[in-house]
Ligand binder design. Structure first.
Ligand SMILES: Nc1nc2c(ncn2[C@@H]2O[C@H](COP(=O)(O)OP(=O)(O)OP(=O)(O)O)[C@@H](O)[C@H]2O)c(=O)[nH]1
Length: 906
């Protein structure tokens, strides 16, 4: 445009030709020149101008433009594109423009004259100029458009990048927020599940809901504040103002849940209340949905159980290997339960091991151990006796111990006045009712002294047969009062009582009785006691001795004082405030009252209603009766009482324990019953004495046994009989008591006697009709007695009858073999010379070779000169042959002897 203006200036005729082509290089040819082109805004450009020769037109051969190219001072710039060169006239076709000064000068100096352009040329040049201008303008516009387009694109790209960065940041923030919420929600859910698992069914659900919800609302607000780009769950139809394009593009994560706390837009469609889901999820925790208050505990439990089952169902079953306790006997079913295996699998395992057993069948512990190992578990063998362990382990604290009465046992030789003394002490005459004049029942009594102090007495009889019971009595006894008759002195059973007392570590008080008698000599008694290392106070020792008379009730108070003094030294104490335990002193089957046990409480207090186990029986205490026959509610330490309510008759000497439950008592009683039964079976199978004794008896073939089964009216009698019969045993023949018990003779007793080949002794009891019938059928001998020494007499005779007659050997003579004859159908016959005594036909013979017995038998034949003879005397020859024996040699000696039977003695 500027150029157009310049061109139109009348004072400045155009002499240059221009080109709009950018990048045109200046011409280097000799004829080229450079001109500066001016543009708007002061921009300039240097262009090269090439001078061309004038164009010759047809019909104008002398055209000056073509004839004087060098004279033309102005040259049009080279046109790289078209290469067209223009020469412009000063005034165009209509206006005669003066030539530029330089051109004028050149023209003047050179003499070249520019010719005037023709109209055609002018027109052509003008057209070319217009074209050039138009092209330049178009190029410039295109460049401007291109630049604008690029700028727009750059701007768009920059904006896109910014948006992308923003989106990434927003996404990151949203993720962080969600993770945080999820973590908190999971923690809360876990906490709630744990509480639900441990809480009682009545656990307040509202509390559980509180634990879930308070954290949920702030958690929901936090991501919204920190991450604006995070998707906000809104109800359908709610305004979405503020939602970014990213948020819109993002796929929905989960169905939106209506938040009751969020403001509902007017007209927003309320969703129909959904069926309440009990699933605790992150969404609910985030949204703070609080519907736990209405959820029941049962529902929670069901859900937990369901989840647990699902877990277990999805997981592969992991086998749990257990430590399996194996008692001495166990049924297949019980073993399966302890291993948590199916009973059928255990039976199969047993079958593979070659053991055929049903699930109710008991198997021995070795087999059970193999099964347990086979099934991959760890066996643990325990003795059944472990069930008893806890019974004896408890120890009372010292502060709980209170003083208790002493327990005194009266011991002494038979008829030295034990019962009379006790009678005198408690003013009760028991001796008059005793069968056979012998005390056969162990009684326990408590005496209250005028001072209020109490002494408990155990009355043990003095007969030798009762030694075993007396020994047991010493175990529960604090003090032994040894009764020695002043007129009789120390006797064998006195010595035995001393030995038992010492063995039990029980202090002794000597009661020198029958001081009223004429021949009473207490000093002799004291002196005799020294032989048994009993040194009384009068002789400088520490054993108290009191001179008393039971019948005259003399010095009984002194005896009681001595007992109390001794008990003070012993500091006898027990804890009365605990479950009772103690010892059964006596037990019997009372026809009217059932099993009655006299017990001595040692610790604690026994009460009516207590469950106790005594030996192999158990029961609930129905009634307690004291020694005077009065019913009492409880019995403290050292108090003897009769117990009613046991399911059987325990053994005298059994310990009793009050148990926490019937089940526990039954368990212990069952174990003991099994143990006793096994022990009895073992005894019935021949277990008696030491192993050495048994082997010796078998080897010698001399041991004889008389199996006996004893049934008595009371335990004391049964024990006494068993002891008495056992004492009858000698080296030659022994009595073996396979069972001793209380009660009538039953079918079970007959069965046991038959299995053992035993004799049944009924002491003050009879067999029931059925038992009598079976005994008759099976030829079992039942003998009834009411006096112990009658039993011992009879048994002694039976034992003698059992003995084989002994045989006495008598030497007859020797014969030496001089020759051996081989006789067909007879065998070897020895030609002998009787060298000593004589030989008899039918006598026993031994064959001695080098003084060694190589055969013992009988003679088959005894001949002299082919004649059978009865006897051959010393110095004569004879022929002898052995029964079933031929190995005889010359030089052997035949010893001949007689054997005679001898009447046996015990
Ligand atoms: N003179 C006299 N006789 C007595 C005295 N004490 C006991 N007797 C008599 O001695 C005899 C035996 O008395 P028991 O009390 O039965 O003697 P025990 O030691 O209990 O006898 P067993 O029960 O058989 O062991 C009876 O006849 C009593 O009368 C006493 O102090 N003086």
């Amino acid at each position: 445009m500027t150029e157009q203006k310049e061109q139109t200036k009348p004072t400045k005729p155009l002499t240059l030709s221009t080109t709009t082509r950018a990048g045109a290089a200046p011409a280097k040819s000799a004829g080229d020149t450079q001109v500066r082109q001016k543009f708007s805004h002061g921009r300039t450009r240097v262009v090269a101008v090439e001078v061309k020769k004038p164009v010759k037109r047809p019909g104008a051969p002398n055209a000056p433009a073509a004839a004087a190219p060098a004279a033309a001072p102005a040259a049009a710039p080279a046109a790289p594109g078209g290469g067209r060169t223009l020469k412009l006239g000063g005034g165009g076709a209509t206006t005669a423009r003066p030539m530029p000064s330089r051109s004028s000068n050149d023209a003047r100096s050179g003499g070249a004259v520019l010719r005037t352009l023709t109209e055609e040329e002018k027109e052509s040049r003008a057209r070319a100029l217009v074209d050039a201008n138009r092209d330049a303008e178009q190029a410039r516009q295109r460049a401007a458009q291109e630049a604008a387009r690029r700028a727009i694109e750059d701007e768009a790209r920059r904006k896109a990048e910014e948006e992308h960065k923003k989106r990434l940041a927003a996404e990151e923030a949203r993720k962080k927020a969600e993770e945080e919420v999820k973590r908190k929600a999971d923690a809360l859910v876990q906490k709630r599940l744990d509480q639900a698992a441990t809480a009682s069914p009545q656990a307040p659900i509202a509390r559980q809901a509180e634990e879930i919800n308070p954290g949920a609302a702030p958690q929901a607000a936090a991501p919204a504040a920190s991450a604006p780009a995070a998707p906000v769950r809104r109800p359908p139809g709610a305004p979405t103002g503020g939602q970014s394009a990213d948020a819109l593009r993002r796929p929905p994560m989960r169905p939106a849940i209506v938040n009751k706390r969020l403001p509902q837009p007017p007209g927003a469609r309320r969703e129909a209340p959904k069926r309440r889901s009990d699933k605790v999820d992150v969404g609910r925790a985030v949204e703070g949905e609080n519907d736990f208050r209405s959820r029941s505990a049962a529902q929670m439990r069901r859900r937990l159980e369901r989840d647990r089952r699902r877990e277990h169902a999805s997981e592969p079953q992991q086998k749990v290997y257990r430590e399996v306790t194996i008692p001495e006997t166990i049924t297949v079913q019980e073993l399966a339960q302890r291993m948590s295996e199916r009973s059928a699998d255990v039976v199969k395992t047993l079958m593979r091991m070659g053991v055929m057993a049903t699930i109710n069948q008991a198997i021995d512990p070795d087999t059970a151990e193999l099964v347990v190992t086979e099934m991959g578990h760890r066996p643990k063998r325990v003795a059944e006796g472990d069930v008893e362990t806890a019974l004896t382990e408890s120890v009372d604290a010292p502060e709980t111990m209170l003083p208790r009465p002493p327990v005194v046992t009266i011991m002494g030789h038979v008829d030295h006045g034990k019962t009379s003394l006790l009678d005198a002490l408690r003013a009760t005459d028991v001796a008059a009712h005793e069968a056979g004049g012998i005390t056969q029942h162990i009684g326990a009594y408590q005496v209250t002294l005028p001072s209020g102090q109490k002494i408990t007495f155990l009355d043990t009889p003095g007969h030798e047969a009762f030694t075993a019971m007396r020994a047991r009595g010493a175990k529960v006894t604090d003090i032994v009062v040894l009764v020695v008759a002043a007129d009789d002195g120390v006797m064998p059973q006195t010595k035995e009582a001393i030995a038992h007392s010492k063995a039990a570590g029980v202090p002794i008080i000597i009661a020198i009785n029958k001081m009223d008698k004429a021949g009473a000599d207490p000093n002799r008694v004291r002196t005799e006691l020294l032989q048994d290392e009993i040194q009384v106070e009068q002789l400088g020792g520490d054993v108290q001795s009191i001179e008393v008379s039971a019948t005259k009730k003399m010095n009984l108070d002194k005896l009681e004082e001595a007992i109390l003094l001794q008990s003070e030294v012993l500091e006898l104490k027990a804890n009365p405030d605990r479950a009772a335990d103690g010892v059964v002193v006596e037990a019997q089957l009372d026809p009217g009252r059932g099993s009655v046990a006299t017990v001595l409480v040692q610790r604690g207090t026994l009460k009516v209603g207590d469950v106790l186990v005594a030996g192999a029986v158990w029961g609930r205490v129905r009634r307690l009766v004291d020694d005077r026959g009065n019913a009492v509610d409880s019995a403290g330490p050292a108090f003897p009482v009769e117990i009613l309510g046991l399911d059987g008759t325990p053994q005298a000497g059994d310990e009793f324990h009050v148990m926490e439950s019937e089940a526990r008592a039954r368990e212990v009683a069952d174990f003991r019953a099994r143990r006793d039964r096994q022990a009895q079976l073992a005894r019935a199978a021949g277990g008696r004495g030491t192993l050495e004794e048994m082997i010796k008896g078998i080897r010698e073939g001399t041991a004889k046994e008389l199996p006996v089964l004893i049934k008595a009216d009371v335990q004391g009698s049964a024990e006494a009989l068993a002891g008495a019969l056992t004492r009858l045993s000698t080296e030659k023949v022994a009595t073996r008591v396979i069972y001793s018990g209380v009660g009538g003779i039953s079918e079970a007793d007959i069965t046991l006697a038959k299995a053992s080949g035993a004799l049944i002794i009924g002491f003050n009891v009879r067999a029931n009709p059925q038992a009598r019938e079976i005994a008759k059928r099976d030829k079992i001998d039942i003998r009834y007695y009411s006096i112990i020494y009658k039993v011992t007499e009879d048994i002694q005779q039976l034992m003698v009858g059992l003995l084989d007659p002994t045989y006495k050997e008598t030497f007859l003579g020797n014969a030496q073999i001089r020759e051996v004859f081989r006789i067909t159908k007879v065998g070897n016959v020895a030609g002998c010379m009787v060298t000593e005594g004589n030989v008899k036909r039918g006598a026993k013979v031994r064959l001695l070779r080098d003084n060694v017995v190589i055969h013992e038998g009988t003679l088959k034949t005894l001949r002299r000169f082919k004649e059978e003879v009865r006897e051959v005397q010393h110095g004569f020859e004879c022929g002898m042959a052995f029964e079933n024996y031929d190995d005889i040699k010359v030089g052997d000696v035949i010893e001949c002897f007689d054997v005679e039977a001898v009447q046996p003695t015990l």
